[in-house]
Design a protein around this ligand. Structure first.
Ligand code: ADP
Length: 401
């Protein structure tokens, strides 16, 4: 076992720790785990190996370190411990400092800390996770892989808001984007599926999960993306509004007696498809309800699709063309009806869907779903952020892959 080259992938949230052990050469996950309610006395961890799950309570102090220690014990039990050669951490925000993945040093830790102001919920949890991993696996190199890094190639005309530039220079107010690791993976896969050189392609990729965004990728580089300073900007999402008129803040303050915090909370947690449908943020539930005549669900799906289609138009400008429109994320990978609604709007660009191929591309299948005479390719490409994190970690730590 110890001859294996395994990477431990860690994704630490404020009350959760997600982990996976990947055999990088085989691109195979050997075990995964999820600790939940971390920080609470009833915290627990669930391990999944070969499709079988087992759950344990986390010992006191029920924190990130307890979760990582429980993971370490499990790795020893499974005989995987000696095979793990490096650890890769998902980090939500790398600001302008991180343009690519990097080996974690004390200086890198300080810079991740400096980005807390940009991701106050996420970066502190990542730091706790990294510290716990350093304590549990002091002999292993650790790598940080940033959600924002891929978008650091955006040109100034794409990342600046049209507000006084002092807000950018003093406070870092600009567009940063998210889902970058997913976009990097999907862009590479798309070029491979089409047997094309990524350095000579214009792609628009829509990552549609609970959070949703869309990115223009030209010659392998992000040119523009729909999320901004925070993940609230851009597309309609499960519970987030996406783009709104910012005057909604002062309007609701004057007319609904709402504070900035209340409006922000409402736009992040009670809006999007949930707010429009008054039913659910979950696309599957909404599709079922709409099929049974629920008008709120229908409206939510229609607004989602229309706004997404409009964004494909603007991202095509940013990408300088549209060799490929790619759907990924839970909705993009599974909802043939959402893909159809969106591509129907795009007849104006000469895109045409192959209905059977669209129906067939679900549940993890990738492939082209446009007709031969479509002006651009439309694809479904399941994302794999874990694999990307593992590959970056392996490369930066000199593992043989
Ligand atoms: P996250 O952003 O949390 O990683 P996912 O990428 O898993 O989320 O996407 C979750 C979304 O995908 C939910 O809205 C869910 O309803 C949707 N989804 C998953 N499977 C299907 C399906 N078969 N049909 C329609 N939507 C689906």
């Amino acid at each position: 076992m110890s001859n294996q080259d395994l990477v431990l992938i860690l994704n630490c949230g404020s009350s959760s720790v997600k982990a996976a052990v990947m055999d990088v050469a085989k691109k195979e996950v050997l075990m995964s785990c999820l600790a939940e309610k971390v920080g609470n006395p009833d915290a627990y961890i669930t391990f999944k190996v070969n499709g079988e799950k087992n759950k344990h309570d986390l010992s006191a102090p029920h924190d990130h370190t307890a979760a990582v220690m429980a993971l370490l014990d499990e790795l020893k039990k499974l005989g995987l411990y000696d095979g793990v050669k490096a650890i890769g951490h998902r980090v939500v925000h790398g600001g302008e400092r991180f343009t690519q993945s990097t080996v974690i040093t004390p200086e890198v830790m300080r810079d991740i800390e400096a980005c807390i102001v940009l991701a106050p919920l996420h970066n502190p949890a990542h730091i706790l996770g990294i510290q716990a991993a350093q304590q549990a696996f002091p002999q292993l190199p650790q790598v940080a892989v940033f959600d924002t890094a891929f978008h650091q190639t955006m040109p100034p005309h794409a990342f600046h808001y049209a507000v006084p530039t002092s807000l950018y220079t003093k406070y870092g107010v600009r567009r940063y984007g998210a889902h970058g690791t997913s976009y990097r993976f999907v862009a590479q896969e798309t070029a491979a599926i089409l047997n094309r050189d990524i350095n000579q392609m214009s792609m628009v990729i829509a990552h549609l999960g609970n959070g949703a965004s869309i990115t223009a990728v030209k010659n392998g580089q992000s040119q523009d993306t729909s999320m901004g300073l925070t993940p609230l900007e851009g597309l309609v999402m499960g519970t987030r509004s996406g783009d709104i008129d910012p005057s909604i803040f002062s309007f609701l303050a004057a007319n609904a007696n709402m504070s900035i915090d209340q409006v922000t909370e409402m736009l992040n947690k009670e809006s999007g498809m949930l707010g429009l449908s008054n039913l659910s943020n979950d696309c599957r539930i909404l599709e079922e309800a709409a099929a049974n005549g629920d008008q709120g669900a229908e409206l939510a799906l229609n607004v989602f699709a229309y706004r997404l289609a409009k964004y494909v138009g603007s991202m095509t400008v940013a990408a300088g063309g549209l060799d490929a429109l790619v759907f990924t994320g839970g909705i993009g990978e599974n909802s043939d009806s959402m893909r159809k609604k969106v591509v129907d709007y795009l007849h104006v660009f000469g895109l045409k869907l192959d209905d059977q191929a669209n129906l067939d591309a679900r549940f993890g299948k990738s492939g082209v779903i446009s007709t031969k005479d479509s002006k651009g390719n439309v694809l479904v490409v399941p994302t794999n952020e874990e694999l990307m994190i593992a590959l970056d970690t392996a490369e930066l730590t000199g593992m043989h892959v």
